[in-house]
Design a protein around this ligand. Sequence first.
Ligand code: MOS
Length: 719
Amino acid sequence: MTRHLRVDGPNHDDRLDHMAQGVIGQPLNRLEGPLKVTGRATYAAEARPEGMIYGVLVQAAIPAGKVLEIGDAPGALAVIQDKRMIRYGAQGMDEKGPTSGPNQVEYMGQAIALVVAETFEAARHAAQNLAIRYKAKTVPVNPEAVTPELPPKKQSAVGNVDKAMRKAAFCVDQVWHTPAQVAAAMEPHAAIAEWDGNSVTIRAGLQMLSSNRKQMADALGIRESRVRLLAPYVGGGFGSKLGINAEAVAAAIAARELGRPVMVAMTRQQVFDLAHRRSETRQRIRLACDADGHLSGIGHEALVSSLPGSEFSEPVTQATPFTYQAAHRQIVHAVARIHRSPAGSVRAPGEAVGVTVFECAMDELAEAAGIDPVDLRLKNIPDVEPTTERPFSSHKLAEALREGARRFGWADRRPTGQRVEGEWLIGMGMAAAVRVNMLVESRARVTLVQDGHAIVETDMTDIGTGTYTILGQLAAEMLGLPADRVEVRLGDTDFPPAAGSGGSFGAASSGNSVYLACEEIRSRIAKAMGCNEADLTLQDGMARAGNVVRSLAELVDGTITAEGHLEPGKTEKSHRQATWGSHWAEVAVNRWTGEVRVRRMMGVFACGRVLNEKTARSQCLGGMTFGIGIALTEAMEHDPRDGHAVSHDLAEYHIPTHADVPALEVHFLPERDAYVGPLQAKGLGELGICGAGAAVLNAIHNACGVRVRELPATPDRII
Ligand code: MOS
């Protein structure tokens, strides 16, 4: 029995606010926490099927061209060259990379072959000693060196920004550069493939199993039903595991060819080459306002890069059309086709760097106009989405700004350069947070067992985000069971297909499907009780309706199983859906070294219903930490001669460490969004990233008067 719901209208039902147990939103500890800290949660590379052999990916040593010949590999069982490895290794998401022949090289470091041997050491040794002959081609590797494409659908203009700039009382016209960034998940990409006849089972680190299964079936030329993917625990994804990668395809091909299970695990260095990067960006922002600080013109011109033939391009301007109002607006999105590692989704694609830069520009305009940065934003918040005039499904930017200013003590901020403590210059900065909200089709199966426990099954993943916990919490609430009486099974394509983890849509989308399945079970229990489902209370394994109280053991004949199926519908188009917040930072800048220490940071967020206060907060802490990274430390460098990734590990690619991150404060604004399904919950995972870096950069300016427009703001750029 399946309960479907297409979200075609609002849901004003507040039932989850009045459930008997009231566990939704509670800061429950992670259900899988003990398994993780005791090493019993197994990751992709930890299985050891009988007879398993090892594959090591071989990488191209030229920026582009052809592999002419691969020499012998003494000690290896096989050297496999296959174009499918390249196609799927070259892109994130579900799109294929450039259509390449088996010998084609599109970028330096690309996977070109797999060497398989009895042991990992033998495979690595053979791979390192392979003699490879290439025919190299000269290709562009620098985004500024090519004429970019201007995809027509990504350009937009209303009015005339040039004119608005000429007539403005105050304006800003500046160019920012953000470097390439990488996902930098703790768990390097790995896969173990094992065939049984014509069917393959692949354990891998993946974010979106149902679409990954389609990709794998396509890559292997077999039916989807012949592919089973397992990813019960994933050590972080951050976009890099949204699509299948070279290691999983290579493992499957080699396992079929050799008739044995094959493991392929990337080294940390290979992850930097083979998992996609976030494109570097060049962003020109123009802002024009009148004497009162009302915006009259907004221009956002972005240049990003990706491989020729790739569909993905960093959606830098995604939030620009609807964050602020102005009569004249222009968006330009240019794509430079270059041969560096593929560009793909990384930690809040678009807004992470787009909102960050835009919010720096807003700070510059506030300074130019002599208006408080919070007031400037408050003056320019639209009532409906500009251009389309669609209403917002929910919109708490103004509240987030006011609440943040109050909590952070914004009133104490001093003018630029006026707060000095010894050799440290102290400053405060703020920025708005905004991220589009998405809902994605999702299914889940819930089984209620007579003895008072329940099982949730869906191919949803938990990439460290807390999915196990929130889905368990939801089923516990809906079925009136203690949370530890709900078993959550995830990460297996044998279970109903879920939204997967990506784009901040995972929790709300998969959560709604669990909700629907439970609603179906509740209506079956209500029928047995002879009451309406709405009048039914389930608590502590008992069912109550009016004066009638019966135990689940009496009402349930063995088990009740139901599926929930959520589909996005009309509200996706009828309303602009987004999440909102505000970021606040206080920094100290050393007057002699230019070193920046973030002293405190705070975020205020509105994301609809919060499903678990602890896991939600953790998402925001992570996001704000990425914000510090974007502002101060993270940069992936590419060699300008051949485009190869120079930053190859976490020693060279600097993510903020504990010492870089002060105690962060997170506050949630109470909010229910009626247009995003019965949970009334929006996405949260990435909101904490969007704009966080701008609060830090704006605080640097307030401290010492320096505007850093080439990120990250390393000491050399501040001094
Ligand atoms: Mo996210 S970068 O869509 O995994």
